[in-house]
Write a protein that binds this ligand. Structure first.
Ligand code: FES
Length: 363
């Protein structure tokens, strides 16, 4: 379409229902009625199909393909990449899992970046250069205006050249469709029911062929009473495969060797369900703070308080680990423990109440 077509000399109303009018003439008339004047109009490529145009098309198609691959990569990483951190020395994925978040970011950046660069290049390099001025006006649209609007939208589609650029159309579809998938993929995690994961831990005997689960250190060493001096404490994990990894991140306990008088006090204060849960002067509490789940592990022997470093909740060890300061409102669950004939600690059962934050007691 030549510049001569776009002069603004004709101010007479044009019958837009005249079938002889081209779509651009209807568009132009619509613009005129809306008080819009075309000052400058110049197709990006007056002669379609030049080498330069083809090269730009290929670049845009490449961007869309990169976007599609990036989005597909995002979905694949989200679904299959090992994300649970496991100590490599215990045979876990180790360094693979630490790349989970960067890989999600990288693939999403490729997906969104490819689509964005492709669309921007299309708009800047392939669309006509236009310069319009418009007066503002109020009021609704009449029938003719709607016809004109339809023509304007159709013209915009025409000007993108998508109809005569099937390669770009297919590349855009390839790039955009997986991005939609990437956007909804995380919702998939909401449809997997948690089962009883929220009320069991690694100390549940079902993790050990129905037998009671022992207590071990992070390196797998089984825990014996003589490992903890009076007033001391250690962190213990369920002695099962992956027991000290994130797979059982809800399971760690703080095993404390109380002084005689403190152990007596704890035994006297024990709730009915915790009677016999201590073994001699040893007592084990969940390390997962009942406020928002930080590890509560600062044991103060003089006051028999266990401190959580995150928001300073304090739990009284000699009274069922009840919260006595800070935002936590719920006791730390106690793990019933005993010592087997070989002299190793084991959990008599799983925790008797769910571990972790206090949402359990709401509602
Ligand atoms: S998580 Fe322990 S006090 Fe907040």
């Amino acid at each position: 379409m030549s510049a001569a077509q776009h002069d603004s000399s004709a101010n007479e109303p044009v019958d837009v229902t005249d079938g002889k009018l081209s779509r651009f003439e209807i568009v132009k008339e619509g613009l005129r009625r809306d008080g819009i004047e075309i000052l400058h109009y110049e197709p990006a490529f007056p002669v379609p199909g030049t080498k330069v145009e083809k090269r730009i098309e290929r670049f845009i198609a490449f961007c869309f393909v990169v976007a599609g691959l990036g989005a597909l990569g995002f979905v694949a990483v989200f679904a299959f990449w090992p994300w649970e951190y496991e100590y490599a020395e215990f045979g876990g994925a180790g360094s693979m899992s630490k790349w989970y978040t960067p890989m999600l970011g990288l693939t999403l950046a490729l997906g969104l970046g490819g689509l964005g660069i492709g669309i921007l290049t299309w708009a800047k390099k392939l669309l006509p250069v236009e310069e319009l001025v418009q007066e503002r006006h109020d009021g609704g649209s009449n029938e003719e205006d709607r016809v004109i609007t339809g023509a304007v939208v159709g013209n915009m589609v025409e000007e993108t050249g998508i109809k005569r650029r099937p390669m770009l159309k297919r590349a855009l579809l390839f790039g955009a469709a997986p991005l939609g998938l990437a956007a909804i993929a995380p919702l998939g995690t909401l449809i997997v029911p948690p089962g009883d994961d929220l009320v069991t831990t690694g100390f549940n005997p079902r993790n050990n062929d129905g037998q009671p689960v022992g207590l071990m250190l992070k390196d797998g060493t089984r825990v014996r009473p003589d490992m903890i001096s009076v007033g001391g404490q250690i962190t213990a994990f369920p002695a099962i495969p992956d027991g000290s990894t994130n797979k059982h991140a809800d399971s760690p306990v703080l095993l404390i060797h109380l002084r005689d008088e403190d152990a007596k006090k704890a035994r006297e204060n024990a709730y009915e369900m915790y009677e016999g849960a201590q073994w001699n002067n040893y007592i084990a509490y969940s390390k997962i703070c009942t406020h928002v789940g930080c590890p509560a592990s600062l044991y103060e022997q003089q006051t028999n308080r266990l401190l959580c470093p995150c928001h300073q909740s304090q739990f009284l060890i000699t009274d069922n680990a009840k919260p006595v300061f800070g935002p936590a409102t719920r006791h730390l669950p106690q793990l019933p423990i005993d010592v087997d004939e070989d002299g190793f600690f084991y959990a008599v059962s799983d925790f008797l109440v769910p571990i972790g934050p206090a949402f359990w007691e709401r509602g």
